[in-house]
Write a protein that binds this ligand. Structure first.
Ligand SMILES: NC(=O)c1ccc[n+]([C@@H]2O[C@H](COP(=O)([O-])OP(=O)(O)OC[C@H]3O[C@@H](n4cnc5c(N)ncnc54)[C@H](O)[C@@H]3O)[C@@H](O)[C@H]2O)c1
Length: 336
């Protein structure tokens, strides 16, 4: 009987997905995400499954050896995977687009509501026995305000729909690819250029992948275009925003508040300029940590890893399967 495929897991995931992986092969759990450990333990893997941390670069792919067929990304955003290096080696990359879109979109509104109503400030005053401070800071309603959505993909579209349906907001968006008309209609969304979105929005929310076009996208200049009472929300990737510039804008009264689930460096340093501020709401990259998202991400990635290991096409490839197959054929000379 042939050996069962070896599936190298960088971190644990929901049991519904683990069950599928155990059926698909021999699951080996990394003993830590420390680089040397990963390089040593990945040897002989037919599949790697990764969540948010642990860089998968050319060295790690090579350390796995020639049997590696697929890298499964539990979640969305493959910025820690060197996808071109995988393609060149004939390795498929699969991910779980849309698996957490509702969770992340709801997280955005938690920040929008909490910052609009000064939750951090009010909760602190209450906890410190200053109940009557309740009238010291005026909050505001979201109803009828303008939202600017940067990146109108899976999450951005759900944010747009909720913004329109629940809050009667004017919905503006910016994207670099054509968006299907039905997605615009569903959110009553209007496409605008990046600067118009920044200038006109009371709430700017970021839903772009981290890449060369988005790194540092919200810098001093971008912040200077925004309304002085705008609220900025970042649930995509920390390096998309210049955090120091955000702290300066808040200090200068050029921004109402900042809500973020992600940081330029994760975990953030203890002296991070935004942690502990009362005009900021921060969560530890936990927007997708809901039961529904975790089940989706785990089962979808496991399903695709299992398919690839059985020789079937994946349902959610991130790199082009035809290009991967061509590279694999050339590399292994198998003619398969
Ligand atoms: N906090 C979390 O746990 C969490 C969860 C899910 C996703 N994310 C992050 O959020 C990002 C968005 O998620 P998604 O599911 O909506 O992804 P998606 O791929 O469905 O949508 C991303 C959209 O951004 C657009 N885009 C790319 N570059 C752009 C640019 N320079 N300017 C404007 N638009 C641009 C794309 O065309 C696409 O429509 C992911 O890439 C991921 O990094 C974070």
């Amino acid at each position: 009987m042939p050996d069962r495929p070896r599936i190298f897991m960088m971190t644990h995931m929901h049991e519904d997905g683990m069950r599928l992986l155990h059926q698909a092969g021999e699951v080996v759990m990394a003993s830590s995400l420390e680089r040397e450990t990963l390089l040593r333990e990945v040897a002989g893997a037919d599949a790697i499954v990764t969540r948010t941390y642990g860089t998968i670069d050319a060295t790690l792919l090579d350390a796995a050896g020639p049997g590696l067929k697929v890298v499964g990304r539990h979640g969305v955003g493959v910025d820690h995977v060197d996808v071109p290096a995988a393609t060149e080696r004939g390795i498929l990359v699969v991910s779980t687009p849309g698996a957490n879109k509702e969770a992340v979109a709801e997280h955005v509104f938690a920040f929008m509501i909490g910052l609009s109503k000064h939750f951090p400030l009010q909760m602190k005053a209450l906890a410190e026995g200053r109940f009557m401070d309740r009238t010291q800071q005026m909050g505001r309603d979201i109803k009828g305000k303008t939202i600017g959505i940067i990146g109108f993909g899976n999450v951005g579209r759900v944010v747009g729909k909720i913004a329109h349906a629940a809050f009667g907001m004017r919905v503006l968006y910016n994207d670099i690819v054509p968006i299907p008309a039905e997605a615009e209609v569903a959110a009553h969304a209007t496409r605008v250029d990046f600067e118009t979105a920044l200038r006109e929005a009371d709430y700017v929310t970021l839903h772009v992948p981290l890449d060369a076009s988005t790194r540092g996208m919200i810098d001093r200049r971008a912040l200077s275009l925004m309304k002085p009472d705008a609220i900025l929300i970042n649930t995509c990737r920390g390096p998309v925003v210049d955090e120091q510039a955000v702290a300066e804008a808040l200090d200068a009264g050029r921004l109402w508040g900042y809500g973020a689930d992600v940081f330029a460096q994760e975990p953030p340093p203890a002296d991070h300029p935004l942690i502990g501020r009362l005009d900021v709401m921060l969560t530890p990259h936990s927007a997708a940590q809901t039961v529904e998202s975790l089940v989706n991400m785990a089962t979808w990635v496991a399903e695709d890893v299992a398919r690839v290991l059985r020789g079937e096409p994946p349902l959610r490839p991130y790199n082009d399967p035809a290009a991967v197959a061509a590279h694999r054929e050339r590399r292994l000379g198998t003619g398969r």
